[in-house]
Design a protein around this ligand. Structure first.
Ligand code: BT5
Length: 324
């Protein structure tokens, strides 16, 4: 177990006396000293000076709850964070927590996934300790039919977090792939537990390639995946990114719950990279045509030879060279 309470007490990087820390986390000063030694053994850099106390200088690159909270201003999203070294899928873990009553905003993060899920039974490549694999429990009071557009909202949050942490402007490929150039850097899988007219809970699962290098991807993905590190040409602080993402998610989710998709549609359209492109869709009558944008309910609008058709689900491919 990593000492979250102690890291939290040292938050801010100010000098903190052993007695102050002991008081804050409710252990003896000797216990504080021992716990600091353990953190140091695990790669944390904590300065100790007689008469001044302890000062946090930096930690290893791990997505521990205390590390993420340093960079989080959201109130509900991330109030509970469960960290795992390895899981099959963070969406599976978050579903189990939600079923057991976990509140909205509960987050599951993992350093790696052995069976990361994509949509439609596909897999999500999840190499260890380099990327972000995160799932959030949501309990929106919306009809199941409105859930599709909620996954578009998560893509906005990813794009905004990328902009805030790297200055890079990504593109969203409907419904919720996030691309840098032509390459996918993030994917979102929204899973729902619902009755006919009521959503019990949703799990929004987000995978973002942060520090993966080309070699971290399996050969078949090397030409179509990228990472923020590859695009920005510098290492990304994963905890900073995760904090920014949870902040943006809470912000846009609240807007969506208050005003539906129309409340965020303009921002989505600012990132959407399909308008004006010729596409074909696998599913829903397989329409082909030119993308005209998205409707106020989040459906994709395609101008075909038979007029404009709406696509609510399906796989969109750009005609020509690119294949999703
Ligand atoms: C997605 O599916 O894009 C949704 C991915 C969601 C992953 C997160 S990680 C945390 C949470 N826990 C989970 O188990 N899942 C969620 P889809 O649109 O079906 O795209 C899958 C396709 O993207 C694959 O078939 C590959 O072609 C490609 N792909 C797989 N891994 C990738 C990666 N790391 N980066 C870029 N592309 C990838």
């Amino acid at each position: 177990m990593i000492d979250d309470a102690l890291l939290e007490a040292l938050k801010g990087g100010e000098w903190c006396s052993g007695a102050q820390i002991a008081g804050r986390i409710g252990v003896s000063r000797t216990a504080v000293w021992k716990r600091i030694e353990t953190l140091r053994e695990r790669g944390y850099s904590i300065e100790a000076v007689a008469g001044r106390g302890y000062r946090f200088l930096g930690g290893p690159d791990r997505l521990l709850p205390g590390e993420i909270r340093r960079h989080l201003t959201a109130r509900r999203f991330g109030a509970e964070i469960e960290h795992h070294e390895e899981v099959d899928s963070t969406n599976r873990v978050a579903s189990d927590l939600a079923r057991a009553g976990a509140p909205e905003g509960t987050v599951v993060v993992a350093e790696s996934q052995t069976a990361g899920r994509g949509r439609l039974g596909r897999t999500w490549s999840s190499p260890s300790n380099v990327n972000l694999y995160l799932s959030v429990v949501l309990r929106p009071v919306v009809a199941p039919a409105d859930v599709t557009s909620l996954s578009l909202v998560s893509a906005i949050a990813v794009a905004e977090a990328i902009l805030a942490t790297t200055g890079l402007r990504s593109g969203i490929k409907w419904p919720n792939d996030v691309l840098l150039g032509q390459r996918k850097v993030a994917g979102i899988l929204t899973e729902m537990d619902a009755e006919t007219d009521r959503v019990r809970f949703l799990i929004v699962g987000i995978g973002v390639n942060l520090n993966a290098t080309t070699r971290d991807f399996p050969p078949e993905l090397r030409r179509k995946a990228s990472s923020l590190r590859i695009a920005a040409r510098r290492r990304i602080d994963r905890a900073v990114f995760t904090g920014a993402l949870l902040d943006q998610l809470e912000l846009f989710y609240d807007r969506f719950v208050a005003g539906g998709f129309p409340g965020v549609q303009q921002i989505y359209e600012g990132y959407h990279c399909l308008p004006g492109r010729r596409v074909r869709v696998d599913g829903g009558g397989n329409p082909r045509g030119v993308v005209r944008g998205v409707a106020p309910d989040g459906a994709l609008l395609i101008e075909t030879s038979d007029g404009v058709v709406r696509v609510s689900a399906g796989e969109v491919s750009l005609r020509g060279s690119y294949r999703s």
